[in-house]
Design a protein around this ligand. Sequence first.
Ligand code: PEP
Ligand code: MG
Length: 604
Amino acid sequence: MTVARELRGVGVSPGLAVAPAAAVAWSFPDVEDRTVDDSEVEHEIDRLRDAVAVVADELGELRRRTEERAGSEEAGIFDAQIMMAQDEEFLAGVELLIRKNNLAAETAYEFKALEIRNAWESSRMSILRDRLADLHAIQIRMLAHLMGRASHEAWVGEQHGQVVLVARELSPGLIVQLDRDQVVGVISEEGTRTSHAAILAHSLGIPAVMGVRDAMKLIEEGEMLLVDGYTGTVVVEPTLDQLDLARLQASRRGKLELQLEGIAREPAVTPDGVRVRLMGNVDLPEEVEPALNHGAEGVGLLRTEFLVTGRTALPSEDEQTEYYRRVGAAFGGHQVIIRSYDLGGDKFPAAFKAPHEANPFLGWRSIRVCLDQPEIFRPQLRAMLRAAADRELALMVPMVVSLSELRDTKAMLVEEAAGLQAAGVRTAESLPVGVMIETPAAVVQIVDFAREAAFVSVGSNDLTQYTLAVDRGNAQLAARFAPLHPAMIRQLQQIRLAARDAGISAGVCGEMASDPIAVVALIGLGFDSLSVAPPSLPLVKWVIRHLPAAAAIEATTAALDATDTEAVTTVLREALGRHLDLRLVDPAGSLPRLSGGTSLPLTL
Ligand code: PEP
Ligand code: MG
């Protein structure tokens, strides 16, 4: 008798799929360390350039197909890949290796790509990992051409009945070529909600779960799979009861989605009239449009690390100015809060000598790096000031532990504004400067910070990490990473009260703001602004529109007296359950639990 097994990942494209597994096993081709004679060097460079041209054509064709099947926004994914494939800096590096070391084109290409892969692979930044997937896809394509091999996309042409595709990693090129009638769902070991393959699966309506650890090992070819793209659950050889329950939950989710679609333009206001400013977190330029489409009222956290990480040179002041201006214009009429570089830990520009540290997350990072390296920080400040001449921008300083960090930043800003004015450059005279509350030290001194900051915004990811001494990236500690720990709730209250006394805005821009249960506490405490990743905007707004602030306040008052995470969670959950159908927002109830584990946030 077969026994049902449950695997967990992240639901990146909603819907249910039931079909046998079909593995698409692809890996990097083994590239030989091949050298060539001097006389062949030019030929190798020609082969490299020819392969780039062919790959660019192929990607152009995929772009066209994607535009037809999914729309122009999605087709842009391939513009990014084409740019990456044709990146002159990269190709010049490959050519140099061919010329200097007499390497064959594929060997040189592999070496150069490895350099970037190594830098990006160790990063915990999801944006870099997402780009890594694009790099992998281009690399496989290039190597296939240079080595005369079939690429992984050859799988598409093979004959199968209805299947769920299981892969280590999925490329957007593969996804867009899938026949929707044949491939009813996809699962992969790698990939995040924001990876391009995930975005395309979502647009094409293919239920997808990514980040399923060891899926290729744990799932046998032909085994029946139930893929729940809503909850990120995969059941191998499901029972009939599990199938029935999953279908019931899926129909509920479908109804919820319809409701969510209808409220994109509605305000985030509780039934008893409390207005919340619901903003978007934007990590990458391509997230601007989804945030706007989901009705974000500005940007509560514009992460700027993508401008420097994984690149060989620091971005120019003009490039930054242009980016901040563009985002500011896109959200015209709303504020865009730009966070200064949160570098360090694992996020360092390649052009920058990163120190080796035993504890990088307690090390030289974030505002510490910026203040110590004015040559990085000052151009960023100047770019913000210039862009703010005709845009509603604010600066937010991350990871502060001492008032001096806020004061020094403001002083630099004043100096840079004066410098720009003296040089006759069009600039804002100053910017509102707020702080991210991410450390217990900042909470202890919150009254002092609130007196000198234009606003405060809680980075709950780091505040949880530093309060509970739990590494936010350590999967083994996931159950202990508890933003609803009493120590967190009580700190949040201190932050809110200090901001209110100082008459400034208090927001939350960490992941906690997208958890429906936590939203009860954040509304109950009176946070006036929440900022979440674009896909979470509709659900958070829906929760706010169903939850009377009075009920949230009552539940939060009880939660503040609770002495453990479970008690806090229970009281908040019960309050929410009185105002909306919890089965819709609590994925843990979606499938019968076969094993322990933490529930994952709802993916829409
Ligand atoms: C946070 O720490 O909650 C936050 C929003 O910043 P980041 O996740 O970028 O560290
Ligand atoms: Mg942080």
